[in-house]
Design a protein around this ligand. Structure first.
Ligand code: FAE
Length: 575
């Protein structure tokens, strides 16, 4: 039977299914130490050569037309959980990540994450300026940097790129949702079981802990938080300490000047060089230590193909019942294509994030290679009610020096009509502008729908001011209450003009840090994340959550992935 998915011959360029199965254990053991542990002559090579070293190493690892028993797309929260739990069960996995392996790049070339104030090319995914929510004045050459933004007409969605996904760029805020809200969002799940088992497991695995009170109360780096907290109390909000995965012992050493600074030197949205326990220090580290997991970076999955049993190799006279093939693009650090490869698998775990996973499915459907896709895919998308907000003219000094890791939130979530949870965010620019920054999290009253435009070959998102309306209103009420109780006024760095042309000073609903939904648990999938109509395709990431979870989402994503993978392992990997 002719292989209709690739023009490469397996025997020339790679290994076929049988060879793979024979050698998978050995290969996984050899490569399982991960990219970061490979010895390389490129060690300490100057940064300008980084693109060649990283991609050349990958080129030898993944062979065109090779078969892998399990492929995991992405290396964020959903994928990291999947890799660890499968590997612990003895199952070798290949993880494909479109971004850089930052640990490897650091070893090879000395490449470090960029600070916020002096952003360099490694800050940003394949653009020539930064794309932060404000102050984008730095210019540089295109590079596969850590922070990406996917722009739609009415909303800009941020995402982390690289081995570790969003954990590289996020603020480490690790919040377990309110039990009543979790039950409302997931009415069919066993809430008690989640709060007894999966949330504690996720928190323990991620290394979540609270800021020591004496440090919080005394550090000049948290003055902005303490002021925010007391202003919030005056305005009738309940202050909530927000747990984190940042190592507070390390942060205290930063303050004492005994270690290199990270959180106390404005590092966060472009990555932290020290202190933060991102996924490469927790789940992924453990997964690699099993020797069963291979991570390859700078590999972008472009398309998924259902095979209906017609894969094979005529010359070797065998037919292969491989369920799925993946068209994969290997890139260099300027985003240029180095190679297009086709890989085959029977078990495919999608953890490319809410937009990434949904795009892959919808695009493949639009191109006719996933014909049975359920119409639920793309639905129930939301921004977790994200609205950024700012106040100026704060009466008390917020401090010249501010930690980049937030520590406190202000809650009125039990307000039936205008539920809101607001994080007191830092503005760590080294001068005290008496300006407060907030990230509000609201309910999502009207969800959006992701689609795929075949003509322009791009993702579409049905999301506009009708979706934002209530969350903008809630956030404006928050600003009014804070200003009325404490003085100050709506800040000037954010403003929003609505569909009626009305200006809303101090708020910006276009900035989305928490994309959720598109492939919702129990709607586009069964109760364990198996994609409807497709045996062997599993969803593990933020796309499982319908639009909103009421707090920062990654603890929930991790807990859901633990739950799904545990059950899928028990039922689909028997023997
Ligand atoms: P994610 O972590 O996004 O991982 C997806 C991975 O897949 C990425 O590494 C992608 O590069 C990769 N990928 C995508 N498409 C492809 C493809 N086609 N081929 C190969 N690889 C691909 O997914 N959440 C919190 O709970 N607390 C916070 O403090 C917080 N702060 C944030 C700050 C910022 C600036 C941002 C952007 C987000 C923040 N978030 C925070 C959100 C959080 O990081 C996000 O919900 C999770 O990372 C989503 O996890 P997933 O597993 O869904």
């Amino acid at each position: 039977m002719t292989n209709n998915n690739t023009n490469s011959n397996a025997t020339n360029n790679g290994i076929n299914r049988r060879q793979f199965l024979q050698s998978s254990l050995t290969m996984a053991t050899v490569t399982g130490l991960g990219m970061s542990a490979c010895t390389t002559t490129a060690f300490n090579r100057p940064l300008k050569n980084a693109q060649n070293t990283a991609s050349n190493m990958n080129a030898d690892k993944v062979k065109d037309n090779a078969h892998y028993p399990v492929i995991i797309i992405g290396t964020g929260y959903g994928s990291a959980v999947t890799a660890l739990r499968l590997a612990e069960a003895g199952i070798p996995c290949l993880m494909l990540e479109m971004g850089l392996d930052w640990q490897l790049a650091k070893q090879q070339t000395g490449l470090k994450f960029s600070s916020m104030a002096w952003a360099e090319k490694q800050s940003t995914w394949l653009r020539t300026t930064t794309i932060a929510p404000f102050a984008n004045y730095r210019k540089f050459k295109k590079f596969t940097g850590a922070l990406d933004r996917i722009d739609f007409q009415h909303i800009n969605v941020y995402a982390g790129r690289g081995v570790g996904g969003g954990s590289l760029v996020n603020g480490g805020m690790s919040v377990t949702p309110r039990k009543d809200y979790f039950a409302e969002i997931f009415p069919t799940l066993d809430t008690d079981l989640f709060y007894a088992k999966y949330f504690p497991l996720a928190n323990a695995q991620l290394g979540v802990h609270s800021i020591p009170d004496d440090f919080y109360q005394s550090s000049k780096y948290y003055q902005f938080s303490r002021i925010g907290e007391s202003e919030g109390v005056k305005a009738g909000y309940i202050p909530v300490k927000v747990p984190n995965v940042y190592d507070y012992d390390y942060m205290q050493a930063e303050q004492a000047g005994t270690v290199p600074k990270s959180a106390l030197k404005d590092e966060v949205i472009y990555g932290n060089n020290y202190g933060k326990k991102d996924l490469t220090k927790t789940y992924l580290k453990q997964a690699l230590a099993t020797g069963k997991v291979t991570i390859v970076s700078l590999y972008k999955v472009e398309q998924l193909i259902e095979n209906n049993g017609n894969i094979g190799n005529e010359e070797e006279n065998y037919t292969d019942d491989t369920l799925y093939s993946l068209k994969v693009k290997q890139i260099n650090t300027q985003g240029e294509t180095i190679a297009i490869k086709t890989l085959h698998t029977d078990k495919l775990f999608l953890g490319a994030g809410s937009l990434g996973t949904t795009e892959l499915l919808l695009k493949s459907h639009a191109k006719g290679t996933l014909t049975r896709l359920d119409s639920q895919v793309g639905k129930h998308w939301g921004n977790n009610g994200n609205v950024m907000a700012t106040r100026s003219g704060i009466k008390s000094s917020l401090g010249r020096k501010q930690s980049s890791i937030p520590a406190v939130g202000l809650s009125k979530w039990t307000d039936d009509k205008q539920a809101i949870f607001v994080e007191v965010a830092p503005f760590p620019i080294g001068i005290d502008l008496r300006m407060a920054l907030y990230l509000a999290i609201n309910r999502v009253e009207k969800t959006g729908t992701i689609g795929y435009d075949t003509k322009d070959d791009k993702l579409t998102l049905d999301w506009d001011d009708r979706h934002n309306q209530q969350m903008v209103k809630n956030t404006e009420r928050f600003l009014d209450e804070m200003n009325n109780a404490n003085g100050g006024h709506d800040g000037s760095i954010f403003s929003h003009i609505d569909a009626q042309g009305k200006k809303h000073q101090g708020v910006n609903p276009k900035i989305c840090y928490h994309p959720l939904g598109g492939c919702v648990l129990g709607k586009a999938t069964d109760k364990f994340g198996r994609l409807n109509n497709y045996q062997g395709i599993y969803i593990t990431d933020g796309s499982l959550i319908p639009a909103s979870i009421g707090v920062n989402p990654y603890v929930t994503i991790t807990a859901l992935a633990e739950y799904c993978v545990e059950n899928v392992l028990a039922e689909d990997f028997v023997g």
